[in-house]
Each structure stands twice: as structure tokens, then as C-alpha cells.
Design a protein around this ligand. Structure first.
Ligand code: MV4
Length: 592
């Protein structure tokens, strides 16, 4: 039996897992990158270890280093959170071979549900309805053409290794087919190093509805109803709710039973989610997420079950204590993901330092946050700052409560998605419960409607001065300690002009080392590290300020990188599929 859990993650989910550990009397060990020395999850833990030296997402992906730290910290279990290594069967095996418990499913179950066509074959075997389509990869365009004739247009071409909408092409007529097939293949090869494609009938206006399951080690599986995650943008979920306004108790029971069958048939253990499309009263299995998800919170609120605590208890070998007949949703819960993104500019990531920070509270309000006041958002990770979750007896009351809480929420210094939610929750399509996956795309007026909710721009020079109380954090052999220093402060060592970055201000990588050494170039700089997924610049091209020239994908988020000023492009230094460092030069301008 384990008494110490290492949390191989950061941000709000690391805190969420640690809270569950505390309640179970388990010690929690945090890990962190150099960019995260100051992060709240590090301060909360019973012990914290630096993964470093890379100040990037790489740290949290370094399996040998995480295992090494887990040994040092005497961890008996590892919880992966979501993202990073959560669905990596090699990580599960590394944890198990180190003699520790992985808080999640066995690697074999992950693998059986990993490939899209494999998951479709498993669903077929478990008699779970699927979107009509192929169960194997398709090699030839002629074969796709034949299948399209059989199902009728439109069809969707999808990547076997796919996810997040990449490699997805919608084909509405035979003459688009050859081009779509070729471009889907190219994108899949780059994104997943697997060009295999398959075909489905395309549903034009579905909802995204997913079923939460919990399974123990002994083959017992229950479902905890659904989450409706239809409000998305570019395959990033924004609002999630439970129950779905579209489901009857009968369909919920039927979808739940289907999800339980499928989870059971692949030997699933722990918390998992089965994604479905739902249209015209019918449901179709899409894929399984073999992890705890960001939006697990809404299920917790309406089912009264702590899903992370459940994961930990299941990992300790406990038999499932929940009976399906006792699991009924009560009331309504809505989650809004508070991202550091500018909803007025295509939800582009916003960097900066959170100056003021005031969370809403009161009856039915929950905030799962990974930030605080005086916190500089590292540029290396996804843009999720916190999650606002509200619960109320009915859906209209939950919407009103969410509006009340959003109005109480103050985040100064960075642009967030809060104004977007204030507009979206009062939109008649959402409030009447009719939103589908096309909601945001089909309602561009939402962007206009959020303008009144945008916070005023900050006053210049309002940066805080040095504090009286001096608290330091030191690392001794990579172990973290908090130190308080009393008495008179020595002469200030801060260089003149040192101050937190202003909102929107782009600073070179933390530490300033790169910035100090790198020559200044007149170029298009990537503020983040990631993979280049689109290049829209070429040498000799005249570009305008604000024109999007590159798309860089980091942590599953696509980030548009625009020209900072007008000019002529001299050199394009990256190509699609390549990677770029934070502060790296994507293209240079021709000199004047
Ligand atoms: C579909 C679909 C319609 N028909 N498949 C997009 C990402 C991938 N996980 C599944 N996706 C879709 N697959 C068929 N046969 C529509 C989508 C889709 C979507 C799905 C869930 C949530 C948001 C979405 C936004 C656009 C398209």
C-alpha cells in the first residue's frame, strides 16, 4: 500500500490531485520545471523536486528523471494528471517496473483504445454504435470513393493516429476527394508520424457528449452519466456541463450501459471517458480518453463523487463501492475554462503577470485554479489558468450563478476568456440548450457581444514595488525548502528597470540568458516553444502588421504568430513539421 503520491503534472490539475491526496492522508510530492519554480502547485506539495534543467514542457515529459525523483521522494504511486504522460503506456510500464503504482488504467487497455480504428473495432465487438465508416485504414483514394458512394456525401477522412481535429477533412463532393485525401495524409504523417487514414460518414451538426466511467481492478464498472462539451473552438473545449440538455434519462441509461460494456471489454481500470457524437436522438462512439479529464469536475458536482479520490482508492486495490442504481444526477453543473487567451483576437494566447487576482465564491461556486496574484504565466504550457464550476438545482439557475460568479472574478494583468463566457452564457442558443459543436463558428456576433465585458486597460507604471517581508525558496540537492529571512535587507540587487512584464509585453525566455546573448534580429519571433503546423510567409512577400504568418502548436493548442510590423520577408527559417524554441526566429524581415 502506498502512502506517498508523486504528481507528474503542473497547474490546476496537480493541485486538484494533491487535494484528494490530502483528504486520503497521503503525502504529495510535486515536480516542477525551472519555469515553474514559482508555481502554486509547488508551494502546496509536502515536498517538491526540480525536474529541470529544461524550462519547458520537456521537463514534464522526461520519464527517466520523473522515475528517479519518485525514488528519491519515496513515492509509492504516480498520478499523471491529464496531458503530458497521462496516456503514454511506456510511462505506465516505467512506473510499474520501478515498483510503483500508476494511478490510471493498465497499459494494455490504453493501447487497445489508442488507435482510432482499433477503438472502432473494439466498439463493434462490444455492440456499441459507431458513426458508419471503416474499421480498417484505407490505402487508396478509389476505395474512399467507393465508400463515399455507399454512405453518401459528406464524408469525413480521419487519421488513425488522430486527435484534436488534426488530419480531419470533410469532403462534400467527389471532386474534392483526391485533394482532401492527400492533404489529410500529409498532415497525419507530420502530426502523428502515422499517415494511416480511415473514413466515416460526416455528421453535420452533432453535439459532443461524453460518458464518465469508473472501473476497479476486479472488472466492476459504473458510469456517472454524461458531459455535454459541445461549446468548443478549434477542438478546444470551452464550456462543459452535466447533465446534457439533450439527453433523456432513457438515452443516458442506454449510452451509459454502452460505455460500461466497452470499458469492461477492454479491461479498463480507473476513471475514463468515452466520447460520442449525438445527433437527431442517436449516439455514435468516437474514441476513449484513458485519463482524468479537465472537465471531470461537472460530473463530480452532479453525482457527488470525488473522481480523483476514486482513482486513488481504486489504485490502492479497493473494490468499487458505488452501485449503478444509486448513481443519479442531482441538479446542474457548468464549467467555464478560464484561459489566458484574447477572445477578441481569435483566442490567441496571452502572456504576462497576473497582478490582481480575486476568485468568486459563495453557494454553489467552485474554482480549481493553478494561479494566484503576482504570478507570471510561463509561456511553455497550455493557457488554462483556472476553472470556474458552478452547481445549482436547475440549468437556468446554474447559468445565472455562473454569470454572477464570472462578474465577481477579477484577473488583472492578463487577458482572459472571462468576457467570452459572459456573452456565450447569455446567448439564446446556449441558454435554450441547443448548442452543437458548430455554435461558436456559426455565431460570430458573440465576439461583438463580449466587448462590453472586456476589462479596462491597466494603468501604466502600476507595478508593485519590493515587499517588506522577505521569503526565499532554496533548492538543496534539488529538494525545495521555504526560508524566511528577518532583519534589514541588503542593498537592492535588482537592476534598475527590473519590473514585471506589462500585459501583452513579450519578454525573452525567463532568466534573460537567451535574450542577453542572442543578437537582436528584425524578425518574426515565436513566443512559445512548439511545432510549426502552418507557414504562410515566403521570402520577398510584403506582409502587414497583424497578418498571421505562422501557426505553432504547443500543448495541443494552435497559436497564431503574426507579423509585428509591416515589411518584406527576407528569410523563412522554419518549415511545416519543424519545431521552434521560445524566442526562436521564424522569419526575418528584409533590411530597410
Ligand atoms: C466528426 C464530426 C462529424 N462527423 N466525425 C473533430 C475532432 C475529432 N475528435 C472528432 N471530430 C469530429 N468528428 C464525423 N463522422 C464532427 C467532429 C467535430 C467535432 C467533434 C467534437 C467536438 C467538436 C467538433 C468540432 C468540429 C467537428
Amino acid at each position: 500500500m502506498f502512502d506517498t503520491v508523486l504528481i507528474a503534472n503542473r497547474g490546476e490539475i496537480a493541485l486538484r490531485v494533491m487535494r484528494a491526496c490530502r483528504e486520503l492522508g497521503l503525502r504529495c510530492v510535486a515536480v516542477y520545471s525551472e519555469a515553474d519554480r514559482d508555481a502554486p502547485h509547488v508551494a502546496y506539495a509536502d515536498a517538491a523536486y526540480l525536474l529541470g534543467p529544461a524550462p519547458s514542457a520537456e521537463s514534464y515529459l522526461n520519464i527517466p528523471r520523473i522515475i528517479e525523483v519518485a525514488h528519491q521522494a519515496r513515492a509509492g504511486a504516480v498520478h499523471p494528471g491529464y496531458g503530458f504522460l497521462a496516456e503514454n503506456p511506456d510511462f505506465v510500464r516505467a512506473v510499474t517496473e520501478a515498483g510503483m503504482v500508476f494511478v490510471g488504467p493498465p497499459p494494455e487497455a490504453m493501447e487497445r483504445m489508442g488507435g482510432k480504428t482499433a477503438a472502432r473495432r473494439e466498439a463493434t465487438a462490444a455492440r456499441v454504435p459507431l458513426v458508419p465508416g471503416t474499421l480498417e485504414a484505407i490505402e487508396e483514394v478509389a476505395e474512399v470513393r467507393r465508400i463515399a458512394e455507399e454512405f453518401g456525401y459528406p464524408i469525413a477522412i480521419k487519421a488513425v493516429g488522430g486527435g484534436g481535429g488534426r488530419g480531419l477533412r470533410v469532403v462534400r463532393s467527389p471532386d474534392e476527394l483526391a485533394d482532401a485525401f492527400a492533404s489529410a495524409r500529409r498532415e497525419a504523417e507530420v502530426a502523428f508520424k502515422n499517415g494511416a487514414l480511415y473514413v466515416e460518414k460526416y455528421l453535420d451538426n452533432p453535439r459532443h457528449i461524453e460518458i464518465q466511467v469508473l472501473a476497479d481492478m476486479y472488472g466492476n464498472v459504473v458510469h456517472l452519466g454524461e458531459r455535454d462539451c459541445s461549446v468548443q473552438r478549434r477542438h478546444q473545449k470551452l464550456i462543459e456541463e452535466s447533465p446534457s440538455p439533450a439527453l433523456t434519462p432513457e438515452i443516458r441509461a442506454e449510452m451509459g450501459a454502452a460505455a460500461v460494456r466497452l470499458a469492461q471489454s477492454v479491461g479498463y481500470v480507473s476513471a475514463g471517458t468515452l466520447e460520442f457524437l449525438f445527433q437527431d436522438g442517436k449516439y455514435y462512439f468516437l474514441e476513449m480518453n484513458t485519463r482524468i479529464q479537465v472537465e471531470h469536475t461537472v460530473t463530480e458536482m452532479v453525482y457527488g463523487v470525488d473522481l480523483v479520490k476514486a482513482q486513488l482508492r481504486i489504485a490502492q486495490g479497493e473494490r468499487l463501492w458505488l452501485r449503478q442504481e444509486d448513481l443519479t444526477p442531482r441538479g446542474h453543473a457548468i464549467e467555464c475554462r478560464i484561459n489566458a487567451e484574447d477572445p477578441l483576437h481569435n483566442f490567441r494566447p496571452a502572456l504576462g503577470t497576473i497582478t490582481t487576482y480575486q476568485e468568486p465564491s459563495g453557494l454553489g461556486v467552485r474554482v480549481d485554479s493553478g494561479v494566484r496574484a503576482d504570478y507570471t504565466i510561463p509561456q511553455f504550457y497550455d493557457s488554462l489558468l483556472s476553472k470556474l464550476i458552478v452547481w445549482a438545482e436547475t440549468r437556468p439557475e446554474a447559468i445565472a450563478r455562473a454569470q454572477r460568479a464570472l462578474a465577481e472574478y477579477t484577473i488583472g494583468g492578463v487577458i482572459t476568456t472571462i468576457p467570452f463566457y459572459r456573452a456565450a452564457l447569455s446567448h439564446p442558443i446556449f441558454s435554450s440548450g441547443k448548442a452543437t459543436v458548430n455554435f461558436i463558428g456559426q455565431h460570430p456576433e458573440l465576439v461583438e457581444q463580449l466587448r462590453p465585458f472586456m476589462p479596462p486597460p491597466p494603468e501604466p507604471g502600476a507595478a508593485p514595488g519590493p515587499e517588506e517581508a522577505r521569503e526565499f525558496t532554496v533548492e538543496v540537492n534539488n529538494r525545495r525548502f521555504g526560508v524566511k529571512v528577518f532583519g534589514a535587507a541588503p542593498a537592492p540587487a535588482l537592476a534598475a528597470g527590473a519590473r514585471p512584464a506589462a500585459p501583452g509585453e513579450r519578454r525573452p525566455a525567463a532568466g534573460g540568458k537567451k535574450g542577453a546573448l542572442a543578437p537582436r534580429v528584425d524578425g518574426v519571433i515565436s513566443p512559445i516553444q512548439g511545432r510549426v503546423v502552418a507557414v504562410r510567409a515566403e521570402p520577398g512577400q510584403q506582409v502587414e502588421a497583424g497578418q498571421v504568418l505562422f501557426i505553432v502548436e504547443a500543448m495541443k493548442m494552435e497559436n497564431e504568430i503574426a507579423a509585428t510590423h509591416a515589411g518584406v520577408i527576407a528569410e523563412v527559417r522554419v518549415q511545416v513539421g519543424g519545431t521552434i524554441e521560445a524566442g526562436g526566429v521564424l522569419a526575418t524581415y528584409a533590411g530597410k
